[in-house]
Design a protein around this ligand. Sequence first.
Ligand SMILES: [Zn+2]
Length: 259
Amino acid sequence: MPTAGSPQRRAILTGGLLASAALITGCSSKAADTTSADAKASAAASPSPSASLTAEARPDSPRAAFARLTEGNRRWVDGTLQHPDRDPKRREFVAAEQDPYGVILSCIDSRVPPELLFDTGLGDLFVLRTGGQVVGPEVTGSVEYGPMTSGTPLVVVLGHQRCGAIKAAYEAMRAGKSLPGNLQAIADALKPAYRETVKGEHADPVDAMIRVHTEQTSAALRSNKDLAPMVKKGDLAVVSAYYSLDTGRVEVLSGTPSA
Ligand SMILES: [Zn+2]
């Protein structure tokens, strides 16, 4: 961060959608023309991905938010990560208030960190992670927080390949056994997915249950009495998705936003 201490750079970075040259003019004691030229030189001398993305508009529709995540996941798959919004300037920018554009509900699995696989940064996402991305009242309330308090336009429920929590629950239920300690609470939350899965024939029943559970969870959120009105108005989308550990790709199962 060679320019971290520069007031001009700070103005560019934290100005967001404001015209950076005008902002810098206002911060400077120099004549406007000179300052504007300095600002352009400063911006040209330090073009970093973080700088350009920090100044990018926050997606304000479900479709725009989903497109931002999809672009980030493509970079993760391709190995062309930009690591946006991950520097001290971004920290300063969001210190006073946050305005994330997405909520991600995913598993605790160490190989499924949403900020990495969607190539996002500080202040971009509300992230909730539980074993098998199961929900209870506290988790549901936490998913609702962004949409209900600040209009967060997108919720993604993200299941993943080879989910150990769902595999353990599937095997326990099939054997008629319980999981130890509080792990049983996770298995209990997965019972509806298990019951649905065993109705059919599946080459890989655990993978089928992962997908069923992810879709059931997103459907429940989509029709929840607090979120459903926002979904109906087109202000919120609840997407169900599946992450491949092998490829890094996020596959949509249902709920691709149309607006
Ligand atoms: Zn998992």
